[in-house]
Design a protein around this ligand. Structure first.
Ligand code: GLA
Length: 382
C-alpha cells in the first residue's frame, strides 16, 4: 500500500514520528473555464489523492523526497530560496504564501507520493498544494480555514508555477465531501453540497494519455481573452467585473470591438455558466438525459469556441455518442487528459471495450480507464 511505502521511506530517511496526510484530486461534472470568470463549477473530490508524511526538523530548511520520482530537494524558507525542481515549487510556494500571510513556518522533512495521474485534468497539482497546506496548518497550528488553504494553493499556482488558474481545483481538494458534488459560486465563494447518487449510472473517466501544447500558456491566454472582453463590455456597463456579470446582449454590443477569437471564448463562457445552472435543475429532478445532453454541449463549446480540445478528445467524445453514452465531454483545462462520461451501468463494459479498441487502432495508444468515486477532501490519516 502507498501509505505504508511512504511511512517506510520516511523512517529510512528521517526517522520516526512523522504524521501522514492526504488530499484528493477532483472531477468536474460541468462548468469548465468558468471559475476564473466568476461563474459556477460543479466539482467533487475523488478517490485518487496526494499523500505526505511530515515532521518538523528544527532547522530553517525544507527537505523533501518525492517517492514516485525518486528525487529529493532541499531548500530554505526565504523568497530567494526557490528550488530548481518544478515539483518542489509547489511545496515552496505554499510555504511562501503562508509566510506572506504573517505565519512563521519552521523547517520540516517531508515525503510526498500520490496516485492522481499527472496531466490528466484531475488536478494533481492542486492535490499536492492542498495536502502540503493542510499538513502545515495542522502541524504548526496556523489557524487557516479550509477555504483559506484553497486560496493559498491557488496563489501558489499564480506566483510560483505561473498558471493563472481559478479556485475550483484547490477548493474541491480542500472542501470535498463523500458522495457529493460542490456547487460553487466562484464570485462569492458560496457553496452547496449536492448529493450525487445517479441511480443506474456511473461516471467513468477515459484518459487519452496525451498532453498537447504548453497547456499553462494556452490556459493563461484563454483567461486574457475573457478579460479583454470584460474590459470592452465594462466601458458601457461598468458593473460588469467578470463574464459572469455579462449577458448575451451585452456581448453582442461589443462584437466589433473585440477579436473574433476573443468573442467566441466569451460566448462559450456565458453559455457554460447558464448550462451549469440548467444542469443543477436537471440533477434535482434526476433527469440524467438532460444532464448528459448538457455535457455534450459543453464538449462542443470547448472544442469549437474555447478551442481547448484535441483530436484524441474529440475522437473519444464521438465514440461516446456513437455507443449511446448519456453524457461525455473533455474535463479540466483541456489540450489532452480525460473525458468524463456519464454512462448507464449496463452500457459500461461495451463502451469501455469498444472505445479502448478503437482508440488504440486510431492512435496506437492504450486508454486508461477510471471509475469515479466521490470522496472527502483533505484530512489527517494518523
Ligand atoms: C484547470 C484550472 C481550474 C479551471 C479548469 C477549467 O483545472 O486549474 O481553475 O479553470 O482548468 O475549468
Amino acid at each position: 500500500m502507498r501509505t505504508l511505502k511512504i511511512k517506510e521511506k520516511f523512517e529510512e530517511l528521517f526517522g520516526f514520528g512523522g504524521v501522514l496526510y492526504t488530499s484528493p484530486g477532483r472531477i468536474n461534472l460541468i462548468g469548465e473555464h468558468t471559475d476564473y470568470n466568476g461563474g459556477f463549477v460543479l466539482p467533487g473530490a475523488i478517490d485518487k489523492a496526494m499523500y505526505c508524511e511530515i515532521k518538523p526538523n528544527g532547522t530553517d530548511k525544507i527537505k523533501v523526497y518525492a517517492l514516485d520520482l525518486d528525487e529529493s530537494s532541499e531548500f530554505g524558507l526565504k523568497e530567494e530560496d526557490k528550488p530548481k525542481e518544478s515539483w518542489a515549487k509547489y511545496i515552496f510556494g505554499v510555504v511562501r504564501e503562508m509566510t506572506k500571510k504573517g505565519k512563521k513556518i519552521p523547517g520540516f522533512n517531508i515525503v510526498i507520493s500520490g496516485d492522481v495521474p499527472l496531466g490528466a485534468g484531475m488536478s494533481s497539482s492542486a492535490a499536492l498544494e492542498s495536502v502540503v497546506g493542510y499538513a502545515l496548518n495542522d502541524q504548526f497550528q496556523l489557524g487557516f480555514t479550509r477555504q483559506e488553504l484553497a486560496a493559498i494553493g491557488q496563489a501558489t499556482e499564480h506566483n510560483y508555477v505561473g498558471v493563472k488558474c481559478g479556485i475550483m481545483d484547490q477548493f474541491a481538494s480542500c472542501m470535498g465531501k463523500e458522495a457529493s458534488l460542490i456547487r460553487l459560486d466562484c464570485r462569492s465563494l458560496e457553496y452547496e453540497y449536492i448529493p450525487f447518487h445517479p441511480k443506474g449510472y456511473k461516471l467513468v473517466l477515459l484518459n487519452t494519455c496525451v498532453t498537447h501544447e504548453l497547456a499553462s500558456s494556452a490556459y493563461n491566454k484563454r483567461r486574457e481573452s475573457c478579460e479583454k472582453v470584460v474590459e470592452a463590455i465594462a466601458e458601457k456597463h461598468p458593473e460588469v467585473k467578470h463574464l459572469r456579470d455579462a449577458n448575451p446582449d451585452m456581448l453582442r454590443e461589443v462584437k466589433d470591438k473585440v477579436s473574433a477569437e476573443d468573442y467566441l471564448r466569451a460566448e462559450f463562457v456565458i453559455e457554460e455558466i447558464q448550462r451549469l445552472l440548467d444542469t443543477c435543475e436537471a440533477l434535482k429532478k434526476d433527469d440524467y438525459d438532460t444532464v448528459g445532453k448538457k455535457m455534450y454541449e459543453t464538449h462542443k463549446g470547448l472544442s469549437e469556441k474555447y478551442e481547448v480540445s484535441c483530436r484524441e478528445l474529440d475522437f473519444l467524445n464521438d465514440k461516446a455518442k456513437e455507443l449511446g453514452v448519456t453524457g461525455s465531454r473533455v474535463m479540466g483545462g483541456g489540450f489532452g487528459g480525460c473525458t468524463i462520461n456519464l454512462v448507464k451501468e449496463d452500457c459500461i463494459d461495451e463502451f469501455v471495450k469498444k472505445a479502448s479498441e478503437d482508440y488504440e487502432k486510431e492512435f496506437g495508444i492504450q486508454l486508461k480507464i477510471y471509475d469515479v468515486v466521490i470522496k472527502d477532501g483533505a484530512k489527517r490519516l494518523d
